[in-house]
Design a binder for this molecule. Structure first.
Ligand code: ZN
Length: 119
């Protein structure tokens, strides 16, 4: 019997949704999930998160960056090239470092609500 982490814990720690110990992703910043958990042997490659993490990312980026861009423009009115550069860098940086936790969160949600598809 495992004490499963909450989906948010599993997402932030990027670990197996059943045991909370084995790593979910292969090494590096990849979104490639390991075949099985190294600790509890759960078939992690069976997850089917599809476009879910990308949709979460689009909503998060929109909610963060659009108000920030509007606020910056209202306060200092920088030239358009400045907006293009700074918001592209911000969007790419946020995407690179938050896609793994968001995908791990979606995988953990699927494991919590549809565990029969993992056995
Ligand atoms: Zn595990």
């Amino acid at each position: 019997m495992y004490l499963s982490p909450t989906p948010i814990e599993a997402g932030l720690r990027r670990v197996c949704p059943r045991c909370g110990k084995g790593k979910l992703f292969k090494a590096g910043l990849t979104l490639e999930v390991v075949e099985t958990c190294s600790d509890c042997n759960l078939a992690l490659a069976r997850n089917d998160s599809g476009d879910g993490p990308a949709v979460f990312m689009v909503f998060i980026l929109g909610a963060l960056l659009v108000p920030a861009a509007l606020l910056l423009d209202a306060l200092v009115s920088p030239p358009l090239w400045f907006h293009a550069v700074i918001w592209t860098i911000a969007a790419l940086g946020i995407c690179v470092f938050s896609m793994q936790p968001i995908k791990a969160y979606v995988v953990a949600l699927q494991f919590k609500h549809r565990p029969q598809t993992w056995e």
